[in-house]
Design a protein. Sequence first.
Length: 124
Amino acid sequence: MPRALPLVLALTLATPALADGDAASGEKVFRKCKACHQVGEGAENRTGPALNGIVGKAAGTAEGFDYSSALQDAAADGLVWDEASLSAYLAKPRDFLKGTRMSFAGLRKEDDVADVIAFLKTHP
Ligand code: HEC
């Protein structure tokens, strides 16, 4: 069995139906992320990695960013930031990835999660 399979299964079970998000609202939600992340033209790594093209991207691949070993291990196990994994991570970063360096409590509202993902999709 591939090593990433238990993670994938856990995600499938833990993630309720994913709502289609609203990118305009998501841009407002992204203000909470801006303390640490940039996205869009010329985005650079700051406290957190640049997030261009993050939806559908393999985790831990922003060039030159010093990821936690927790994130590096998950990346080695094949973690990809699809809507399911992103939703779980953004709702509760530390539950999803024990030892993550992202010191962010998480987005409590499901709509905010869906909206911010929709916004991130507008920056492929
Ligand atoms: C206090 C700073 C901080 C805030 C606020 C923050 N992040 Fe992060 N984020 C980080 C750090 C640091 C990492 C690297 C985590 C690691 O290495 O474990 C990260 C990693 C990520 C990753 C994984 C990137 C990759 O290349 O694998 C995503 C996706 C992400 N953050 C999205 C968000 C979004 C969306 C928000 C807002 C809802 C947010 N973050 C808020 C600091 C932050």
